[in-house]
Design a protein around this ligand. Structure first.
Ligand SMILES: Nc1nc2c(ncn2[C@@H]2O[C@H](COP(=O)(O)OP(=O)(O)OP(=O)(O)O)[C@@H](O)[C@H]2O)c(=O)[nH]1
Ligand SMILES: [Mg+2]
Length: 246
């Protein structure tokens, strides 16, 4: 196995060096693909500097902030071109702890896609505010009800994919970007019948740097769920019930 992890970054200079060091402590053979969108705080330059010392770090530079989804895709395509497997994704802000990477890689022996999950026994969140927890729970319930997703944590960005899973999905056809990309990827995996596993993680709120989640991103995610539901050819249950009431 030649595992790779794709890490999208936008203004993560406070986190990147420590994150890479910790990742290699737990998983020395891991190739770390940093996809930076010309971060104003110099995260891209920092990734280049680290890469000169560390051959297991591969920076990808994009000209401007183009969103989480296309950043994941850019990193995945590079890892595929290098015959790496499994291909993981995670955030740069330590919300996804490097100590779980070995668990995700191990579970890929049994499953085709593995989610680092807050919502299975043993999983949870730490230092997250109540509104943040409610938003995550709400988005998950909405996605599960509307799309019939089986996974418990549908919005998690901490995942491992077998190569065949990514090959089976036309990555360029995934139109949603930002956070809704994560829901759409999971939808495409479940639709194709790939086995989805979840390993428990404790998700910690970011300690350094600033959040990039905007109200617009949240609305886009809701919009994506509705679009996927309509594309699947079934009407939302709520819509049917509403119509039945005189
Ligand atoms: N390359 C790239 N990375 C991004 C972009 N937006 C967010 N990211 C990165 O994606 C990861 C998740 O973003 P966060 O801001 O942590 O979003 P979040 O985890 O949902 O929210 P908080 O933890 O509350 O900040 C982080 O590593 C970000 O740096 C983007 O447009 N381009
Ligand atoms: Mg975060």
């Amino acid at each position: 196995m030649r595992p790779a992890v794709v890490i999208p970054t936008y203004n993560e200079s406070d986190n990147l060096a420590a994150l890479i060091a910790e990742l290699h402590t737990y998983t020395p053979e891991l190739t770390i693909v940093v996809v930076d969108d010309n971060s104003p705080d110099g995260t891209g330059d920092l990734a280049d500097q680290i890469a000169t010392q560390n051959p297991r770090v591969h920076p990808i530079h994009r000209p401007k902030k183009l969103g989480l989804g296309t950043a994941h895709i850019a990193g995945m395509k590079w890892a595929i071109s290098q015959n790496m497997e499994p291909i993981l994704t995670m955030d740069a802000d330590f919300s996804h702890s490097p100590r779980y990477i070995p668990d995700l890689i191990r579970a890929i022996g049994t499953y085709d896609t593995v989610i680092g999950s807050r919502y299975v026994p043993g999983g949870g969140t730490l230092h997250c505010t109540l509104p943040r927890k409610a938003l995550s729970r709400g988005a998950n319930t909405f996605a599960r009800l509307m799309l019939g997703l089986k996974a418990n944590d549908c919005t998690a960005g901490f995942r491992a994919y077998r190569r065949a899973v990514l090959d089976s999905i036309d990555l360029d056809a995934i139109v949603s970007n930002g956070y809704s990309f994560l829901i759409e990827m999971l939808y495409q995996c479940e639709k194709r019948g790939w086995r989805i596993g979840e390993v428990p993680i404790i998700f910690e709120d970011r300690r350094r740097g600033t959040s990039k989640v905007s109200r617009q991103e949240i609305i886009k995610a809701l919009d994506t769920v509705v679009r996927l539901r309509l594309e699947s050819g079934r009407l939302p249950r709520v819509a049917i019930r509403r119509r039945a009431i005189p």
